[in-house]
Design a binder for this molecule. Sequence first.
Ligand SMILES: [Zn+2]
Length: 424
Amino acid sequence: MFSFLHHLIAWLMSKMKDKSPRGMKMGADENAKVYMCGDLMEEIQALVHRHPDKLSMETIKAENKGYGAEVMVVTYCQGNIENHERSKFRILLSFGQHGRELITSELALRILSILSEEQFLPSMNRTSLNSTLDKLVIKVIPMENLNGRKLVESGDLCERRNGRGVDLNRNWSVDWGKKEKDYDPYEENPGASPFSEPETQIIRKLAISFDPHVWVNVHSGMEALFMPYDHKNATPDGLPLQRMKLLLEEVNNLHCKKHCMIGSGGGSVGYLAHGTATDFMYDIVRVPVAFTFEIYGDETASSKDCFRMFNPTDLSSYNRVLNDWSAALFTIFKMGSYHLGEIHSNASVSKLEKWVSIDEYLDGYLMERRNRYGKKMEVLELGMQEIRAYFRLFLLSSVLLMFMFCSRISKAKYTRPIVSAMPL
Ligand SMILES: [Zn+2]
């Protein structure tokens, strides 16, 4: 069975070389699968180049202990992003965090095609859509786990982790490393420490600098709409809960035929997940609307048939998934931006809450150094705690010195003869 799938993927990849439109490459019989490999990233690059007025892209690279990763980020913004990024409603979407969930990156391409007006949402009026899009900056990470995806494309269809066996949705710092009784390292290896993986470092840095209003982490394996938290059986409360619940209920009614599971990841999925991206985005980056969407799953599939468990295998399901979930995300864009005023009016409060702790700052700083100098800086990892302590001491002594300096100046001022009295 496995080698059959391997050959099938190889066959699909060889078929990709032709230039027929992307979407379905169906064979003559029912065993033929959706092709979802290989040139997706090239196709996204070509799309971006066709629409320089709306789309731009960058590739961010990082390395840790000889393991390198790169993440492509596509930005949608009408007009000059330099002038608008801060004043607009900001959305950050990630796809393909788990290698085997190929359909999620297909959805990224669909979203970008709709944004560039090469494809259209059947149920949405373009004029009203444009008035929404005018207020947004959307950053799309089409394939967060490129190295893991390569493993899947080379035949390891059950691989969800990155290129060196770490689960990128367990490598974040909120409740990192805690293991449940049914912990399976093949599935959930959290890495050597929080942010040990270059992919996670890249997304964290991007999220902190972009400071989004909405984060959606798109996965497959089931159909569900999750809000925080993943690491405990609880949701946030008060206004943040109401805001997120309202959005999820709307998406469930409009695009999920009310059958999607809604709730906290930890409370709904049947297991707790520690060190996830969405918990970090909500708790540390303070993204007011942070979701994990699970867009497709086949519970009847054999647990050995990962392709079928995580991805649609026929044309009609493939199209249904992409149509329903692109509409769902555009509903989030539209409804989410209605909250812009409300979030802006709370900005002064959230700004106070947004002070990143010195540990967070130092992690970011040292991460940058490590990336720049590679292996030479590995020793810093061992001494991270000590460096933090020295840094705190340094800050404390600087404050003391400043205090002494200021008190000397004020003494000197009082002893100086008064030359003239300046009116205000
Ligand atoms: Zn996943």
